[in-house]
Design a protein around this ligand. Structure first.
Ligand code: PLP
Length: 234
């Protein structure tokens, strides 16, 4: 454990983030309990994850399947695990075995691979469709124009349940820069709910530096890493 890791008070950070979530939720006329906090623990060890759970965290986010599988085995059951990193198709089966919710589905083929694995295990897998709202080439996710078609397709995949949409705001020192992208995702969800009748109850948007803006625009699931665990090493 590095000295930086030792200095981080995970419980105090969780409490502070929860206060900020409550304030942002109030600004958008909602209750704090409306917003699910997912603690993103990539590069953090199982002991840190347990501290977060002791502080009341119920949902853990990870970027890599292998890392998450190991940590989940160490941490034990009782929390939900979310995949928030991009997934290659050859890892789809292992991802279904490891995670409760996969937030980064952006193609029909990956959804089909997950559905097959889930069905073979006698279950369904909850997914969010990742949308590239900023149009940045470096970002994964389906283009907003292609989302309606992808949603229609994935709604028809056995073994897969579409539970909502996810996006990553553009990185900018000023969190306001991502506001139009968050607004776009909320708009897309509204329109698609009307058109398809799909519930799309989760809007996953906002990270440590921009979650308040995301909540103001309607996020009900935020993904917080450094704000809880401190800076990452690599
Ligand atoms: C790492 C990561 C996060 C957490 O980022 P922080 O800035 O540390 O809060 C959230 N979402 C995704 C998709 C990530 O990869």
């Amino acid at each position: 454990m590095s000295s930086a890791e030792r200095d981080v008070d995970v419980a105090a950070n969780v409490a502070r983030i929860r206060e900020r979530i409550a304030a942002a939720a109030a600004r958008s006329g909602r209750a704090a309990s409306d917003v699910l906090l997912v603690a993103v623990s990539k590069q953090m060890n199982a002991a840190r994850v347990r501290e977060a759970i002791s502080a009341g965290v119920t949902d853990i986010g990870e970027n890599y399947v292998q890392e998450a599988a190991q940590k989940r085995a160490e941490v034990g059951e009782g929390v939900r695990w979310h995949l928030v990193g991009h997934l290659q198709r050859n890892k789809a089966a292992h991802a279904v075995e490891t995670f409760d919710i996969i937030q980064t589905v952006d193609s029909l083929r990956i959804a089909q691979a997950m559905g097959r694995r889930a069905q073979a295990a006698g279950r369904t897998i909850d997914v969010l469709l990742q949308v590239n709202t900023s149009g940045e080439e470096s970002k994964f996710g389906v283009a907003p124009e292609a989302l309606p078609r992808l949603l229609d397709e994935v709604l028809g995949v056995p073994g897969v349940r579409v539970r909502g949409l996810m996006t990553i705001g553009r990185w900018d020192p000023d969190p306001e820069a991502a506001r139009p992208e968050f607004r776009l995702l909320a708009d897309l969800a509204r329109r698609l709910r009307e058109r398809t009748g799909a519930q799309l109850e989760w809007l996953s948007m906002g990270m440590s530096h921009d979650f308040e803006v995301a909540i103001e625009e309607g996020a009900n699931l935020v993904r917080i890493g450094t704000g809880i665990f401190g800076p990452r090493g690599r």
